[in-house]
Design a binder for this molecule. Structure first.
Ligand code: SF4
Ligand code: SF4
Ligand code: FES
Length: 275
């Protein structure tokens, strides 16, 4: 089980508000939800909602019900409601996941705790600032790069080579993996210096390294070769355990390490010193 770690600006004041269910509600469930309002000094707190879950199948449905019927100030991101956009990623009962694909029937019988993604700056309530996460994604240059000057060249890919991207291209950049990784909590945000990129960015890095049409393997590996960007993964496996798309970032990271060791054109100390 992934341990619950509070967001960066946290010191929870547990004396939050309590919202009772409507009179007559028979099938209720208690939700304890992290609240952070940047416009008030009393932050953060945990509010309690007794939710009538008679017609609620997913945690996101319960949050929408709270917002529509009990407390319109509750803020959270969501869009597709189908596990496709990645925006409803949050920490539910101590594990990062997507609220829209987390079934109420998967939660056992106790209270349901809902927190923002761990160790990220909170903007408001369950909404975190993922700017650093997206910067790290941009760093790995997530697009096809070839060394040809001929714009008419068609880059074909065999079905076998295409199959090598399965388990990689499906990533929805929800950040569940990176924000559950202890090494990412400690090394993921250091003002650009000695920074670990985290499992999501590294899975995407491998997605392009594994693509038979991309010709920049060596340059891509150069960009990852220092003590921090790649090698701060200690194979703790939280990333793979929580990924709601059932991907395996830890394996992608070990595949990059293997490429790094086996490549003929290794980054030389001279090259490193010239950077
Ligand atoms: S690898 Fe999985 S958990 Fe990580 S960002 Fe992609 S979809 Fe989300
Ligand atoms: S396997 Fe690596 S990336 Fe995944 S949680 Fe562990 S340290 Fe983080
Ligand atoms: S709302 Fe899009 S993944 Fe949950």
């Amino acid at each position: 089980m992934v341990e619950l770690t509070l967001p960066k600006n946290s010191k929870v004041n547990r004396n939050g508000k309590t919202y009772a269910a409507k009179d007559g509600a028979e099938n209720t469930r208690t939700f304890r939800v992290y609240r952070y309002d940047p416009s008030t000094p009393d932050n953060p707190s945990v509010d309690t909602y007794e939710v009538d879950v008679s017609n609620v199948s997913m945690v996101l449905d319960a949050l929408i019900k709270i917002k529509n019927e009990m407390d319109p100030t509750l803020s959270f991101r969501r869009s597709c409601r189908e596990g496709v956009c990645g925006s409803c990623a949050m920490n539910i009962n101590g594990a990062n996941t997507l609220a829209c694909t987390k079934g109420m029937d998967e939660l056992g019988n106790g209270d349901v705790s809902v927190y923002p993604l761990p160790h990220q700056p909170v903007v408001r309530d369950l909404v975190t600032d993922l700017s650093k996460f997206y910067e790290q994604h941009a760093y790995i240059e997530p697009y096809l790069q070839a060394k040809t000057d001929d714009p008419e060249t068609e880059w074909r890919q065999s079905p076998e080579d295409r199959a090598k991207l399965d388990g990689l291209y499906e990533c929805i950049l929800c950040a569940c993996c990176s924000t559950s990784c202890p090494s990412y909590w400690w090394n993921g945000d250091k003002d650009g210096k000695d920074e670990y990129l985290g499992p999501a960015a590294l899975l995407q890095a491998y997605r392009w390294l594994a693509d038979s049409r991309d010709q920049l393997d060596n340059e891509r590996l150069d960009k990852l070769e220092d003590e921090f960007k790649l090698y701060r993964c200690h194979t703790i496996m939280n990333c793979t355990q929580v990924c709601p798309k059932h991907l395996n970032p830890a394996k992608a990271i070990s595949d990059i390490k293997r490429m790094m060791v086996n490549r003929p054109d290794k980054k030389t100390p001279e090259k490193q010193a010239a950077e």
